[in-house]
Design a protein around this ligand. Structure first.
Ligand code: GLY
Length: 352
């Protein structure tokens, strides 16, 4: 797998990546190295990481509790306190070792600590490999509202080592697959077809291609003024659905990918109704998604709560929800206003 140049930093792959990390630490003469992880990555990923990372520097491990529910400012305060108590300074490096919660939160923590220290992302889930760890978005949730607090800040390096995927569940792999489907639908139909035809998927090729796409998009539009909005396809309604399940104590949470997979079906339907996106492609998307993810029955009585959560989407301006929709595969339209009735109809379409 070839190194990807992502503007100010590189994405290195597999075993050879750890040598680049050791060099980075030496070249920058960091005062100390903090590793942010959770109980799962401490047990399953840290041993591999530490046996590959050669450094003379002082290493301190900071563990937080896993789960989206902990992706909040209180957890950040705990990490800032820990770094302070352990003598962290402006020349410290923070390495994040984990899924999207760890990489998003860790990047945010590093970018705010003493006005910013360097950080390196080492994603350990498919979702964080193909999306969260690359592109410079960092942040935390505000209550159940996803990623409301955050800033753009690039890591010094990203290391993608697919060996870590042996430590995650099938459900987590499927969660990351939803982001790959998103790249396929919005940017590279061949990638979507690979998933649709369920060829023996070579995961490292899918990861490499997904990061290449994300990088091409982000390099053209780092601050999400235009093109980068395609990366939100399925996410506008998907995030509201994800938040709804997060706040419903009597319902099992959805993974991020499960929620945005539903969002992609619904937003394809809106695309069909509003932009003439071909009906057969809407059905194709629904079929592919339902062949991967178990169907979640969205209850009609929950629709109003989901609509309420939609009002907090980060892309909203003046209270108006903005969707990115499809004219066709690889052909998008940003800032689409969708009548409330059609949003409700799209959830019914998903249920059918
Ligand atoms: N996850 C969407 C983006 O990075 O823009």
């Amino acid at each position: 797998m070839k190194t990807i140049q992502a503007g100010t930093y590189n994405v290195h792959f597999q075993q050879k990546a750890y040598k680049f990390l050791s060099n980075l630490v030496e070249d920058n003469n960091y005062s100390s190295v903090f590793i942010l992880l959770d109980e799962n990555t401490l047990e399953h990923c840290y041993p591999k990481f530490i046996s590959n990372f050669a450094t003379e520097k002082r290493i301190e491990v900071i563990e937080i509790e896993s789960g989206e529910i902990n992706k909040n400012i209180d957890t950040c305060i705990g990490v800032w306190n820990a770094i302070t108590e352990l003598g962290g300074d402006r020349k410290s490096l923070l390495i994040t070792l984990g899924g999207g919660v760890i990489t998003d939160l860790g990047g945010f923590v590093a970018s705010c600590f003493k006005r910013g220290i360097d950080f390196v992302n080492i994603p350990t889930t498919l979702l964080s490999m193909v999306d969260a760890s690359v592109g410079g978005k960092t942040g935390v949730d505000l209550g159940v509202l996803k990623n409301q607090i955050g800033l753009f800040a690039n890591p010094k390096m990203v290391i993608v080592d697919s060996d870590y995927l042996t430590t995650v569940t099938e459900r987590e792999i499927k969660s990351g697959t939803a982001e790959i489907i998103k790249y396929g639908l919005t940017y590279d139909t061949d990638l979507f077809n690979e998933i649709k035809n369920n060829k023996k998927l070579e995961i490292s090729n899918l990861i490499q291609r997904s990061i290449e796409i994300k990088n091409e998009v982000v390099l053209q539009d780092p601050r999400e003024q235009n093109l980068r909005k395609i990366l939100n396809f399925g996410h506008t309604l998907g995030h509201a659905i994800e938040s709804f399940y997060l706040e419903s104590e009597d319902k099992e949470n959805l993974t991020h990918g499960e929620a945005i997979a539903i969002g992609m079906v619904c937003e394809s339907f809106m695309s069909y109704k509003l932009l003439g996106f071909p009906a057969e492609k809407v059905n194709e998307i629904k079929e592919v998604i339902l062949s991967i993810y178990k169907r979640t029955h969205l209850l009609k009585e929950d629709f109003s709560d989901i609509m309420e959560l939609l009002k907090h989407d980060k892309k909203n301006i003046n209270g108006q929800v903005n969707f990115v929709l499809l004219n066709d595969y690889e052909d998008y339209k940003i800032d689409c206003k969708v009548p409330e009735k059609l949003i409700l109809e799209s959830m019914e379409f998903y249920n059918e």
